[in-house]
Design a protein around this ligand. Structure first.
Ligand SMILES: Cc1cc2nc3c(=O)[nH]c(=O)nc-3n(C[C@H](O)[C@H](O)[C@H](O)COP(=O)(O)OP(=O)(O)OC[C@H]3O[C@@H](n4cnc5c(N)ncnc54)[C@H](O)[C@@H]3O)c2cc1C
Length: 327
């Protein structure tokens, strides 16, 4: 069994620490002759290069302390967004920016964010967005080619990583990735109305092994409103719509055949609270309303996310007024 090292090793004496800092400064000399130094500022002389010292447990504690503080902080979230694809991240970005006073948690089942948006369509890189979604691309500061009725961003990964980095830089947004929503929390009022009051989460890998392992209870996050953006039907997709349909609380209608012109308008226009406390956006909505699929054009995902943010804020304010939470 590993024994905790004496504190003198964890925290070196002041003299040793001072010496280490001094020698690091001397060693990591900026190499002004390197051609790379003309492009970036942090270039070093590799012959004398050395990192600052660290103890392994320090790294572990640096991560776990923050993660557990976040779990504690976001156990009561104002808004939870399920799914960090193009719709979910667009909603998170708008909400986080518009309402810095709210705590917004994003739950993403995959390790990586982006959902179906890392490639623009098939394996063809470029991302097509029909106008007026171009305004959102300008908001992100991305360059694009203007083709008249539509624009093209050179790689969908450029869009989704930019959106992700701007969203996660907001101090009131936390992404819990490799974590999936495996159920919903419900509340039933005295008048008999059932509403969604939070999500039941688990590590995705744990969730995938409920059939062959036991005692793997989930975690929970309470929230006044949930935005579900888990994409169209698939192994994990359309999760909230499918769960509510399974219970007879919502009618499930499968995604319709492809019709680009109808599909995008109807997804955006119908982005709404589909069940008390649950706003549905992006392709998941097609599994609720039977909207047409649209193929590789992403304007509807982005603007559905923006509309979901607006709808969620309406629900949030209503819930605050109702204050029906009993515990
Ligand atoms: C083979 C294939 C064919 C496609 N065909 C079409 C098409 O014809 N038309 C079309 O419009 N789109 C199609 N898409 C999807 C296309 O990528 C979407 O238009 C777009 O990505 C949907 O955006 P979204 O944000 O709604 O969902 P997605 O980009 O799918 O993102 C959903 C996210 O939610 C996460 N998630 C799912 N369940 C859970 C859960 N329980 N807990 C936490 N996170 C969860 C997923 O990991 C994912 O990151 C296709 C995708 C694939 C892979």
């Amino acid at each position: 069994m590993a024994v905790e090292a004496p504190s003198s090793i964890v925290a070196p004496t002041k003299t040793v620490s001072e010496q280490a800092t001094l020698s690091l400064k001397q060693r990591n000399v900026f190499n002004a002759d390197s051609p790379v130094s003309k492009a970036v500022s942090a270039v070093y002389d590799w012959d004398t290069f050395k990192f600052a010292p660290i103890r392994e447990s320090t790294v572990s504690r640096a991560m776990t302390r923050r993660y557990f503080a976040d779990l504690d902080k976001y156990a009561e979230s104002d808004i939870v967004i399920v799914g960090a694809g193009s719709a979910g991240l667009s909603a998170a970005y708008v909400l986080g920016k518009a309402r810095p006073d709210l705590k917004i948690a994003i739950i993403e089942a995959n390790v990586a964010v982006g959902g179906g948006c890392f490639l623009g369509g098939q394996l063809f890189s470029a991302m097509v967005l029909r106008k007026p979604a171009d305004s959102f691309i300008r908001e992100l500061g991305l360059e694009y080619e203007d083709e008249g009725d539509y624009i093209v961003v050179k790689h969908a990964a450029l869009f989704i990583t930019t959106l992700c980095s701007k969203t996660l830089a907001l101090p009131n947004v936390k992404l819990f990735n490799a974590t999936c929503v495996e159920d919903l929390i419900t509340r039933t009022t005295d008048s008999g109305e059932t509403r969604i009051a939070g999500v039941v989460t688990n590590w995705t890998l744990v969730s995938m092994h409920h059939d062959d392992q036991s005692c793997m209870d989930p975690n929970t996050i309470n929230s006044k409103v949930i935005i579900s953006c888990t994409g169209h039907d698939g192994p994990m997709g359309a999760f909230c719509v499918k769960r509510l349909a399974e219970l007879g609380l919502l009618k499930r209608n499968h995604m319709g055949c492809l019709d680009m012109n109808r599909a995008e308008d109807s997804i955006v226009k119908n982005t709404r609270e589909v069940f008390p406390g649950l706003v549905c956006a992006g392709m998941e909505l097609s599994e609720c309303d039977s909207h047409n699929r649209m193929g590789p054009t992403f304007g509807a995902m982005v603007l559905s996310g923006v509309k979901a943010a607006e709808e969620a804020l309406k629900v949030y304010e209503l819930r605050k007024k109702q204050d029906i939470e009993s515990y």
